[in-house]
Design a protein around this ligand. Sequence first.
Ligand code: ADP
Ligand code: MG
Length: 391
Amino acid sequence: MSEAVADTVAGAVAERFTELYGAEPHGVWAAPGRVNLIGEHTDYNDGFVMPFALPHKAVAAVSRREDGVLRLHSADVEGGVTELRLDDLSPESDKNWTAYPAGVVWALREAGHAVTGADVHLSSTVPSGAGLSSSAALEVVVALALNDLFSLGLRGWQLARLCQRAENVYVGAPVGIMDQTASACCEAGHALFLDTRDLSQRQIPFDLAAEGMRLLVVDTQVKHSHSEGEYGKRRAGCEKGAALLGVDALRDVPYAELDAALARLGDEEEVRRLVRHIVTENERVERVVSLLESGDTRAIGPILIEGHASLRDDFRISCPELDLVVDTALTSGALGARMTGGGFGGSAIVLAEETDVDAITKAVTEAFSAAGFTSPRVFEAVPSAGARRVR
Ligand code: ADP
Ligand code: MG
């Protein structure tokens, strides 16, 4: 999104805020959704991930209040303003969208930060439930606004930790740290190489357009109903693997020692598969980082393909729609493709030469139609800026 367009969006959100609350907002902030280039399900194993920010973002107009009241409104949800008292906020008490921003306020206060209330109106272009982190965008935009309005002085990674706590404890969703950190810390034209153990990070140049390539996101628009239960099973399986191998997290199993580790797991076939995915996936992230840093961008294609095979065959979280995107894209000339996000639906990414984009998009759309699947949403993902104040 160009700066001019971003400013128009910020203006519209501020105007709606003024209509709702009767005074102009103290400021307007934006926080993006993300796509993960490589490093899937590694974030709850203390491993490596490599997301980049989308141009799609949540934009929030916010004013501070001193009276212990939090008022929330979303342009994207039916219904009026929700009014909450800060003293009443309690974990897992709210099953609505308001739990995300309220959870952020709760987490900030729990951590001892003097947040005394706020009025919030927000609007988001991050598709909800597509695996592109609309929830983290919502949390981070509110956290950044409160950080500024209450002069909390927290850094991006600290806000990300608090947002994760909001989602884990207040909303009640056992998510890792990647989404919030990506939304808070990504930079335009870069992917973020993040070590989820200590949150150390490096911005890796990832400007595909300059090299004649594109990255497509294909949102399958499906979410299979068993996805949450399966996510829990994968997490538990990874923890079991770490325990059997006597390490704190699977991150601590070096790639060079994978075969020995698998041998030690004996006939625990399910755990062996999970361990193999996590250990090889961390190694794939490191390979992608070194290729991008040495300017060999096209060479990451085969690593994306390997990653998909590992998620499909070892981690077993793909689904027919995601496999169809990947297979069709590859037979239509893509450099690489893989599912991204939690799995069992959501989105896939496709790396392609600029000149092949139209043919790939057409082929995927036709393949979905032939298979009787809902038509996918395809868009180009330009690595964009992380959360920031826009007004
Ligand atoms: P994802 O983060 O992959 O998009 P989640 O299930 O984690 O999916 O988060 C989606 C939830 O976030 C929605 O059900 C809704 O509660 C909330 N949400 C996302 N976008 C908005 C929005 N624009 N307005 C209000 N709530 C939103
Ligand atoms: Mg989410």
